[in-house]
Design a protein around this ligand. Structure first.
Ligand code: FAD
Length: 388
């Protein structure tokens, strides 16, 4: 029987596997990471590539190795030096450097070798521990960590879903089948969204000379370097948060996350392109849309406009991460949830005596930074304390 089965091999699951193997001394044969993708971090890399993310929003100290300075150290080695690229403020690594460092960690720490390529469908209690159901059969483990990432539900405005059903070329940038680099060229593309993903995508398409690019956002660009106040990384804000009743925590998290914001340098780059006429920018709300003769007509509260294609950069819906798996777990194991449907966890990120949670699903314990890279480090520290 496994000591640990980690469900989800993205940023959170991969970091936790590294921590348990090399920080807690769990033998490699006693730990597995279950994920449908062949290689670690596939979903993360796909999303970063889809929007053309050149730099991370977080500092290099937020990384998947055990030491906070691991990316800085890697950047000084022969393998890392060609990718050494940081921008201010607080040493944000380029996506290329971060990815190379992840490859280096995965290879050197043997994190590839502990993966099972499959999907968890349900979890049941057994006399000795837990049984995780997968299409290939059950996997037995004493403990399970859920690291299933953000929700699968993408945010689709009703008008966009409606014209798509009629055959209009409307895509969501986080749709697993979306491929920015191999998309056919269209004379007129409208990107919808007001946050970092939308702005980065507009910059990437404009830089590639992909026809006329218009960004439509409900609000003017809002500049913020991080997607939450850094006080949420440590006890300064988290101290009071973990004392707050679970009933209030959803509202606190939603208020504290800087949704729809962009870091300074991204805003500056976009503004330069807009001033040079290489991207158009409209602050408007789309009210309706129609599709006929190969042309999309948009009715906004600031007048009409047309497009040959629309790309949504409207993020994820509010649904609980983990889809059917978490639904079945709540019903089958009687696990406690808050009004928003998210897990009620103890101080050690435990949802059940044998089941731990990290990532977006742990937001009501980890706070506004729970779904970010630093949230993986915070959750890992508490999980380790509980099982050491
Ligand atoms: C474009 C973008 C840029 C971001 N940039 C930053 C940044 O700069 N800094 C930062 O700190 N954060 C950033 N984030 C936020 C966050 O770090 C990422 O969303 C990160 O990918 C979250 O890691 P994760 O492991 O929770 O989820 P994921 O990376 O999505 O991994 C979850 C994995 O679990 C698997 N899974 C799900 N269900 C099951 C199941 N039932 N069985 C088996 N496997 C399952 C999925 O297939 C996936 O492989 C960014 C997010 C996005 C979208």
């Amino acid at each position: 029987m496994l000591e640990w089965l980690i469900i989800g091999g993205g940023i959170h699951g991969t970091y936790l596997s590294n921590l348990l193997l090399h920080g807690a001394g769990v033998p490699p044969e006693k730990l597995r990471v279950l994920d449908p993708h062949k290689t670690p971090l596939t979903a993360w890399r796909r999303r970063a590539r889809a929007c053309g993310m050149p730099y991370l929003r977080s500092p290099a100290t937020h990384n998947i190795d055990l030491h906070i300075l691991a990316v800085h150290r890697f950047a000084r080695t022969a393998a890392g030096r060609p990718y050494a690229d940081f921008i201010p403020p607080y040493f944000r690594p380029s996506a290329a450097l971060f990815d190379r460092h992840c490859d280096h960690v995965i290879q050197n720490r043997g994190l590839d070798a502990v993966r099972i390529q499959s999907q968890a469908l349900d979890i049941r209690e057994t006399a000795e521990g837990l049984s995780v159901h997968t299409p290939a059969g059950p996997v037995a483990a004493r403990r399970v960590a859920l690291a299933v990432g953000p929700t699968d539900h993408l945010c689709w405005p009703a008008w966009a879903a409606s014209i798509r059903r009629e055959g209009a070329p409307v895509h969501h940038v986080f749709d697993p089948v979306f491929r920015r680099r191999t998309m056919p060229e269209f004379p007129e593309t409208v990107i919808l969204g007001g946050g970092i993903t939308a702005v980065q995508l507009a910059i990437a398409l404009a830089a590639a000379g992909s026809g006329r690019i218009t960004l439509i956002s409900r609000h003017p660009l809002r500049v913020n370097n991080l997607d939450f106040d850094p006080c949420w990384i440590g006890p300064k804000c988290l101290g009071a948060y973990v004392e707050t009743p679970y009933t209030h925590r959803r509202e606190i998290v939603d208020r504290a996350r800087h949704r729809g914001t962009v870091p300074e340098e991204t805003a500056a780059r976009f503004n330069r392109l807009a001033a040079a006429g290489r991207v158009q920018y409209r602050v408007a709300e789309v009210r309706k849309a129609s599709w006929s003769s190969g042309c999309i007509r948009l009715g906004t509260d600031d007048g009409a406009c047309s497009a040959d294609r629309i790309i949504l950069a409207t993020g994820f819906g509010p649904e609980r991460p983990g889809g059917l798996l978490t639904e079945r777990m709540v019903a089958g194991l009687g696990l406690e949830i808050a009004a928003c449907g998210y897990p009620v966890l103890d101080a050690a990120y435990r949802w059940h005596p044998r089941i731990f949670v990290t990532g977006a699903l742990a937001e009501l314990r980890g706070g506004p930074s729970a779904r970010n890279i630093v949230g993986a480090r915070n959750a890992g520290r508490e999980i380790l304390k509980a099982v050491a």
